[in-house]
Design a protein around this ligand. Structure first.
Ligand code: ADP
Length: 490
């Protein structure tokens, strides 16, 4: 399916910012409500913009205060506010400073650059120290030319969305510095790295540990959906761990942050206009309706939460196959299996939550708001989150016809879980060495900086061409890679 409007722009899709030349993405004009913002606009969307002129370079040796005064004097059409007043506490939502500079090197007047935290799709991420406050931050440094126009569109989209959000489990964007060549995103530092890495070290998490993570994730996604923002690429690699500690029950408590809003969209308009059709995301986390490129909406994020929860509990994705087609077949069938022995110690309540998160039909899938009241998530067995009106009851029955039986079992299980968190100690994460990982579709060992995949599929030659099926054993150490394209060939 080709979008005629793309002809207006020979280099990039106006709806999803994917390179048209690479034919990675074709989204129907007007149906994919992607927020595409020009660089000049990005700065003005909910931001405070400053401009540092060439002259400022001559003043590098002057005090920071006078430099900032200079900055604020040169500010055009923006609120005049010295940077010294900027702090997280007084920066309101939508007021993320966006500072224009002639020379990217000027940022070193404000921050001391330290160790490299990682290499992203767009550039390096560094740990930095604010010279004035001593606070540590993470800075993503992007070379605009190297990144290319498609990647820059994704980055601009990420920035414009991050400027509008404020939630304890969503990465905080402190400020943006921009020169003609470079862009620097100053973000809160997540010292413990990616959730994927933490999980790989432990094998998998216990049910209580998973519950804490999913509570935070559900809260962040409910917040986004309430603002009509759909993340579209939720996966373990896009969840960072700011800090963690082991509690009295020897369970890990993680403070997580949702990151990477490059594929996120802000829906606009009526319900039908708010539907999307671009196939994007990462195969193993991709919802059935996204694979089908049917109209889909925020419910695709809920499916991905289900995949994340499944992986956290057992260490392997719910669906794995040796080819893209087979993987997609499994996802579209959506038959969850709990056969690996690790599932024996997982409560029926958790399994039931998974089934609700991973309903193939998005209309029957639990919503983010409903998830917050889910009995397993709240750990509340006393106040049942039973629906109070007939419509909701019908929906619950449709979602889970066997819920009456399961609820009884769940309640028994939950009693011990809730009142005695350490009762789950039998489910402590394994430290078993991880097996080499199947190079299955959706999981790739490539550390490629590009997150945009072509439709090419890599099947491991020495493996049987048979579908691996519901992988319950393989522990993955590989990084799943984002797929972003238009209608797929099926
Ligand atoms: P990508 O473009 O692949 O999504 P990013 O550019 O967001 O990756 O980040 C690259 C790597 O840098 C991440 O894998 C992570 O290890 C590290 N990183 C990114 N953001 C932060 C942060 N706020 N705090 C700590 N490390 C980070």
């Amino acid at each position: 399916m080709t979008d005629p409007s793309l002809d207006d722009n020979p280099t990039a899709c106006p709806h999803c910012a994917s390179s048209r030349a690479g034919l990675l993405c074709v989204c129907p004009a007007g149906k994919s409500p992607v927020l595409v913002v020009e660089m000049s606009q990005t700065s003005s969307i909910g931001s405070t913009e400053f401009f540092a002129s060439q002259e400022r370079k001559k003043e590098r040796n002057t005090s920071r205060e006078s430099s900032l005064k200079d900055l604020s004097i040169r500010t055009s059409n923006v609120e005049r506010k010295p940077q010294a007043q900027w702090s997280r506490s007084n920066v309101t939502v939508g007021k993320i400073p966006h500072i224009r500079m002639d020379d990217g090197a000027d940022i070193e007047e404000f921050y001391t650059f330290g160790r490299i935290l990682g290499q992203g799709s767009f550039g390096m991420v560094f740990e930095v120290i604010d010279k004035e406050t001593g606070a540590k931050w993470a800075i993503k440094k992007v070379n605009k030319e190297k990144a290319g126009s498609s990647a820059m569109k994704l980055l601009e989209r990420e920035v414009s969305i991050l400027k509008t959000v404020k939630h304890q489990h969503i990465i905080h964007l402190e400020q943006v510095f921009e020169s003609p060549q470079k862009m620097y995103l100053v973000m809160e530092l997540c010292e413990d790295g990616e959730l994927k890495e933490v999980m790989d070290q432990r094998g998998h998490f216990s049910e209580n540990e998973t519950r804490l993570i999913i509570q935070s994730l559900a809260s962040a996604i409910a917040y986004l959906h309430n603002k009509d923002i759909v993340h579209r690429d939720l996966k373990l690699e896009n969840i960072m761990v700011k800090s963690s500690f082991i509690d009295d029950n020897n369970e890990m408590n993680l403070n997580i942050k949702v990151t990477d809003f490059g594929l996120a969209v802000q829906k606009h308009g009526s319900r039908s206009e708010g539907m999307m059709q671009t196939t994007c995301g990462t195969p193993i986390y991709m919802a059935p309706e996204v694979i089908n490129a049917h109209d889909y909406s925020q419910q695709c994020d809920i499916w991905s939460i289900g995949v994340i929860m499944y992986i956290l509990l057992c260490g392997a994705p719910p669906f794995l196959a040796n080819s893209e087609e087979k993987l997609y077949e499994l996802i579209k069938k959506g038959e969850l299996r709990f056969e690996d022995p690790v599932w024996d110690s997982v409560s029926d309540s958790a399994k039931n939550a998974l089934k609700q998160l991973m309903k193939v039909d998005p209309a029957h899938r639990i919503t983010a708001k409903e998830l917050l009241d889910n009995q397993w998530l709240t750990g509340n067995t006393l106040s049942s989150a039973r629906p109070t009106n007939v419509l909701e009851m019908m929906k619950e029955w449709k979602n889970n016809p066997e819920s009456d039986e399961e609820t009884n079992t769940d309640e028994e299980t939950e009693q011990s879980t809730v009142h005695s968190p350490s009762a789950n100690s039998a489910k402590q994460p394994t430290d078993a060495p991880k097996k080499p990982v199947a190079d299955s579709v959706g999981m790739t060992s490539s550390n490629s900086s590009s997150k945009l995949l072509s439709t090419e599929i890599k099947a491991e030659p020495e493996k049987s061409s048979e579908t691996v099926g519901h992988a319950t054993v393989a522990k993955t150490t590989l990084k799943s890679t984002t797929l972003f394209r238009g209608k797929k060939r099926l």
